[in-house]
Design a protein around this ligand. Sequence first.
Ligand SMILES: Cc1cc2nc3c(=O)[nH]c(=O)nc-3n(C[C@H](O)[C@H](O)[C@H](O)COP(=O)(O)OP(=O)(O)OC[C@H]3O[C@@H](n4cnc5c(N)ncnc54)[C@H](O)[C@@H]3O)c2cc1C
Length: 195
Amino acid sequence: MEDVRIGAYVCECGGNISGVVKVDDLVEFVADLPGVVVARSQGYMCSGSGQEMIQTDIQHHDLNRVVVASCTPRMHEPTFQRALEEVGLNRYFFEMANIREHVSWVVEDGRKATQKAYRLIRAAVARVALHAPLEARQEPVTEAALVVGGGIAGIQSALAIADMGYQVYLVEREPSIGGRMAQLNKTFPTLDCST
Ligand SMILES: Cc1cc2nc3c(=O)[nH]c(=O)nc-3n(C[C@H](O)[C@H](O)[C@H](O)COP(=O)(O)OP(=O)(O)OC[C@H]3O[C@@H](n4cnc5c(N)ncnc54)[C@H](O)[C@@H]3O)c2cc1C
């Protein structure tokens, strides 16, 4: 197995994280995890200077894996993956630990929050060591949708998708569509007939 060299970065998120989690302690613990070569913190890891810090470390410390402990991956995973790619590291040699939404925003006790953050980062470090490089590729797909259930939700979804110009197959297990609504002769709040 190749020599795994991990950079681990803890974001303060301008006090969003560091207001609860003891970031300095966390960095100290994380630095001792197997495979971790560099461990640091920053006010905003997603900022230009945060990304540059990671890129410089990749180049100077020959890192081949990166873990960032910050916010939800939905927000900045692509940001960090791009930063890795810019210095020649495969974007999938990356793992994020969400210590904001999953820790500092929901755990009030600083000691417990720091312990939970540590466990999440430790898991991310263990996981990233097992990552393999992946390449994105384009595949042709059939541009059609299958909607299961012809209740009001299924009917509306099918119409919306069809309005976008896609073929829709609406599957209903009962003999007729309409679902629960079709069983009601008057509906709240307008008391209109539902069919
Ligand atoms: C007694 C009662 C009174 C209500 N009154 C009102 C009211 O006054 N005003 C209001 O706005 N709302 C009212 N509601 C709520 C409203 O009826 C529901 O929110 C709405 O019908 C839900 O629509 P749906 O499409 O999500 O689910 P459903 O109407 O339950 O439709 C689901 C459909 O999927 C089909 N299906 C499920 N599994 C499969 C499968 N595996 N394969 C194929 N088909 C499948 C079912 O047969 C069904 O046709 C009332 C509900 C009840 C029970």
